[in-house]
Design a protein around this ligand. Structure first.
Ligand SMILES: [Zn+2]
Length: 114
């Protein structure tokens, strides 16, 4: 399950930060995930709740912000968003496109307690 490995990786990062920084509790974490990753945010929150049990992040809320897939087209010069993950310009159908956003996977906000 893709959501499990992504959530596991972000949780390991959060718990390592807690240990290193001496934080006793995590209240909220917000992550930014690109649309190319096609994740299910509810499933990530569910996995997060399950794997943070008995850790300083137990009970914390995980918010997933999805970043739209943005393509720049060299053929028509337009910048477009795509709902799916195809590497095609939605305006002219060209494959001569560059991905500007959609692959993100970042921890953006972390609310903690010392
Ligand atoms: Zn185009």
């Amino acid at each position: 399950m893709y959501e499990f490995s992504l959530t596991n990786s972000i949780t390991r990062t959060i718990l390592a930060l807690c240990r290193r920084s001496g934080w006793s509790r995590v209240h909220r974490a917000m992550i930014k995930v690109g649309g190319m990753r096609k994740i299910n945010p509810e499933l990530m929150s569910f996995v997060f709740t399950a794997i943070t049990k008995d850790t300083p992040a137990e009970g914390a809320v995980l918010t997933v912000m999805t970043v739209p897939v943005t393509l720049y087209c060299y053929a028509c010069g337009r910048t477009n968003h795509r709902e799916d993950t195809q590497f095609l310009c939605p305006s002219c159908g060209s494959r001569n496109v560059q991905l500007l956003s959609g692959l993100e996977f970042n921890l953006e906000v972390l609310e903690v307690e010392f």
